[in-house]
Design a protein around this ligand. Sequence first.
Ligand SMILES: [Zn+2]
Ligand SMILES: [Zn+2]
Length: 342
Amino acid sequence: MMRSYQFNAVKAPLVTHEGPAPKPGANDVVVQVKAVGICGSDAHIRNGLMVTSKRPITLGHEIAGIVTERGANVSQVDEGDRVVVDYMISCGRCQYCCLGKDNLCVNGKAIGFDLDGGFADYVAVPAANVVELPGGLPFEQGAIIGCAVATSFHATKIAEVSLGEDVAVFGLGGVGSHAVQWAKLRGARNIIGIDVVRKKLEFAKGFGATHAIDPLSEDAAKTIAEITQGKGVEVAMDFAGQPASLNSAINSAARGGRVVIVGRGPREIPISPWAFLRRELQMRTSSDHLRKEIPAIVEQVRAGRMDLSSSITARLPLESVNEALDALEEHGSEHLRIVVMP
Ligand SMILES: [Zn+2]
Ligand SMILES: [Zn+2]
């Protein structure tokens, strides 16, 4: 028997469920969950802003743990292996998968959105979806690699942040704060973090931001123009998904700059194509991550280039998952990532 925490109804707490532990299909492994990150998407699902394809469903898609059982066809993974779970399941056969754009797979499914996820003692996942977590890396860091750290990594690749460029990061939560670190690793010059929560500005500075702006006390675009001697930033990334943040990102971009949309808020945002045309801006979007990026990220963390040691701002037992969701959602929340542990 095992515990799981299921989403059953919008705007209601996840429900405790006791049931048998999952059995692996022929191509699956069962992972004993050691740590699961709480993502904004989990809160959005509970709120009705995002939908799952079934109900009830066990949420949780930032998963790390130990393989305890494997299906008949599985040979590349062993029982006892420490792993990060890639929550995105792609088919490997459609035209997008064949192009290496498996985040756009037409047959794509996601663990914790379409299939039962990691807010549980055990989870069954395809063996192709686990990536080895080296012994020196804690499970809590492995967990957040699966979404927060991967989404920001992919976004800075889509943005093509390059040596010596100026970058603005709007929204410094679990995803945006890591984009600051990736931008630094990619050799950005000025890295300007923007958020309304003072504590998140402090974290961003610790992660390598050269400047921090609270848009409630100053006009972000104006300050960014001053920092860059009137030029603006080559890359303006929006992780907040709010009308103010996206429009501010557009207004902060240098001529010919890239505006990258990553975060999605609850409301549609009207934007003017003329704002793009005048300065020949590019609008880019970044969704999730690619399969091959997960092992690449694990290697960056293992090698000590990417530091996740201060990314987790709270650790709670699995049974406190609803409190963890509440804490992330709280107005003015100072959390980057909260991890729950069975
Ligand atoms: Zn997520
Ligand atoms: Zn596919």
